[in-house]
Design a protein around this ligand. Structure first.
Ligand code: AAL
Length: 425
């Protein structure tokens, strides 16, 4: 390189240096991120995490996020489980409604000679699964903690009607003064091929019945090869945007384990026809459908399965959901008390309690489920600071209850042995 070129390069570098320093200092001019967390997104360079903290959530702190909450659980009074021997099970509760001066909840009720024995060992009297050979029962309450069981609402219909084997996993719709119970209608014991069923519906003029079965499939399975070709689970209806928005779950793929996601079907008439949304699945995680109207959109409790499990999600249009918060101990199969579930609201107020379930409540040989009450603060009208803690603490035995299984212990010992052997070569 000639002397002149070198000289030019040095001169250019000297001229550029002050701008470089200033340029570097431009970020430094902002100084470090402030000690007081800005309530609004600050106009400064932000990392991806800080961008997300302001863009993705309703507030930069969980305690100020209307869609963040802890969940607290209370045993219910009024339900007998035959000493938890597995012959009686209650699970998959509906949303809770308030009518005639009391709360109502409907649920899957099993009362069989034995606990579930699997599809191969099932019979006309032996259940294949916890939700096989079931009817829909209901209960009422004055406070949501103590319940009075009222008995059967929708019994299994005679063969070959839809649901003759089992009717389960129901939810309630109130539409133009009439009541509709949607439920899974099994035409064979769950588990024969898979947990396969369509959705059926019964209707009544009163929440106390009598209920008239429509005796037709109202939400059909998808076509062969469709994601929802085998199971239409957890029917979950709302009145939204002037129509019936019925969310549901399907189990699919199954190689090696099932994938569970949520779909949406809409209708202008409770007895259908329902049109499945072209963007289905609309929630790419979760195990049961459990939603509520929130502000102008729909919020969802997304439990158990999928990349985005343990989240509460929100869709301003009821279709395109984004994560609104990350939570723990979400209620399974939540049937929330949603006062504005059927008011076609454009300002959903949110929820503070409901009924959910614990499956396999004791052990697999006595497999049965029990109902429980959950409480939370996902409401625009309540500020329960004790529901907004996020540095959650659990006693050691809670963690030790989630220990390694035998295979994991064996594999760890094997890996350790190999590691030591390779380390001492
Ligand atoms: C529940 C629900 C449906 C399934 C089974 C009973 O959690 O997803 O109802 O069929 O499990």
């Amino acid at each position: 390189m000639t002397y002149n070129v070198q000289l030019k390069r040095i001169l250019l570098a000297l001229l550029a240096f002050p701008f470089f320093v200033l340029g570097q200092e431009k970020e430094k001019v902002e100084g470090a991120f402030p000690f007081k967390l800005p309530k609004e997104k600050p106009d400064r360079p932000l990392s991806a995490a800080m961008q997300r903290n302001y863009d993705n959530y309703m507030a930069p702190r969980p305690e100020d996020n209307e869609l963040y909450s802890q969940f607290k659980y209370t045993p219910l009074k009024g339900f007998d489980y035959n000493n938890h021997d597995g012959t009686i099970s209650r699970r998959d509760p509906s949303k809770v409604i308030f009518a005639n001066g009391k709360y109502y909840v409907w649920y899957t009720y099993r009362n069989t000679l034995t606990s579930p024995k699997g599809a191969k060992n099932s019979s006309a009297t032996i259940p294949s699964s916890d939700w096989d050979l079931c009817d829909i029962w209901y209960a009422t309450s004055e406070d949501g903690f103590t319940w009075e069981e009222q008995g059967v609402a929708v019994p299994r219909p005679p063969k070959p009607n839809v649901g003759w084997r089992s009717v389960s996993t129901t939810d309630i719709l109130v539409w133009k003064g009439k009541y509709y119970l949607y439920y899974q209608g099994f035409l064979e014991a769950s588990g024969k091929r898979g947990d396969d069923c369509p959705v059926a519906v019964s209707y009544a003029d009163s929440p106390d019945g009598p209920w008239t079965p429509y005796n037709k499939v109202v939400i059909p399975n998808g076509a062969p090869g469709d994601w929802d070709q085998y199971s239409i689970h957890d029917p979950h209806p709302f009145v939204y945007k002037g129509k019936i928005y019925l969310y549901y779950k399907s189990d699919f793929d199954g190689d090696p384990r099932l994938v569970r996601m949520q779909g949406l079907a809409t209708a202008d008439n409770p007895l259908g026809p329902f049109t499945k949304h072209p963007l289905n699945p609309v929630i790419a995680a979760g195990h049961e459908t459990s939603l509520f109207p929130f502000r102008g959109g729909m919020a969802a409790l997304v439990t158990r399965d999928g990349n985005e499990h343990h989240t509460i999600q929100f869709a301003p249009d009821g279709v395109n959901f984004e994560i609104a918060s990350i939570v723990s101990l979400l209620p399974n199969a939540a049937g929330s008390f949603v006062p504005d579930a059927f008011t076609n609201t454009d300002d959903g107020r949110g929820i503070t309690w409901g009924i959910s379930h614990f499956t396999n409540a004791t052990n697999w040989s006595q497999n049965h489920s029990i109902l429980t009450r959950f409480d939370c603060d996902l409401s625009q009208d309540v500020d329960d600071y004790d529901m907004k803690h996020h540095n959650e603490y659990y006693k050691p035995d809670f963690y030790f209850k989630h220990g390694l299984n035998k295979t994991q212990k064996k594999n760890i010992a094997k890996r350790n042995k190999e590691f030591i052997k390779n380390s001492t070569k």
